[in-house]
Design a binder for this molecule. Structure first.
Ligand code: SF4
Length: 190
């Protein structure tokens, strides 16, 4: 499951720094919280990269990136569309955390049929809006039949396991990629 790509150094964009992006698909944001746990090392990282699209910057589109960390599995049509765009515009794509790597918590709904999941959440549970919020207005993206990890849908260059991955491991991975080294990734789960 480890990376098969070479560890070519990230290229430099117009700002003179490689561009790092982070994406949040079907995940709980815990992986991004762990990224923020870099604390003062975020400043060190900011010296070396330009932060591109991210929940932290809220770009409405996805500018090309040298390194992209993708949190979360692919649970709905919106996730899939974003992932395909991100893959096309990223030189190095990292499955960031166990949901992205295996499906993990997000994929627990694969034990049930989609209709049963929707029925439980939107019809049987207490809500202020009765019925499914689906339909022509696109309020809620349509669920895929199965939640899927990233590598089932696109090429993944590196897999960073953990739920969430520890900040130290995130930092080591990003620095290794910036320096053109192959990240030392273990198969540790959790
Ligand atoms: S891997 Fe864990 S922390 Fe990260 S999005 Fe999934 S459940 Fe949340």
């Amino acid at each position: 499951m480890s990376a098969q790509t070479s560890a070519a150094p990230a290229s430099v964009n117009r700002a003179g720094k490689p561009r790092l992006a982070t994406v949040w698909l079907g995940g709980c944001s815990g992986c991004h919280m762990s990224f923020l746990d870099l604390d003062e090392r975020l400043l060190a990282l900011a010296e070396r990269v330009e932060l591109g699209a991210s929940p932290l910057t809220d770009f409405k589109d996805f500018p090309p990136a040298d390194i992209t960390l993708v949190e979360g599995a692919v649970a709905n049509e919106d996730n899939l569309e974003v992932l395909l765009r991100v893959r096309a515009r990223s030189k190095v794509l990292v499955a960031f955390g166990d949901c992205a790597v295996t499906g993990n918590v997000t994929a627990m709904r694969n034990l049930f049929a989609v209709e049963d999941v929707l029925d439980c959440v939107y019809r049987q549970s207490a809500t202020v809006v009765a019925g499914l919020p689906l339909g022509g207005d696109g309020v809620v993206p349509r669920l895929l039949p199965r939640v899927r990890p990233l590598h089932e849908l696109v090429r993944v260059d590196h897999f960073l396991q953990g739920c969430p991955p520890a900040a130290d491991r995130i930092f080591d991975l990003v620095v290794a990629l910036l320096e053109g080294r192959t990240p030392e990734l273990t198969r540790r789960f959790g």
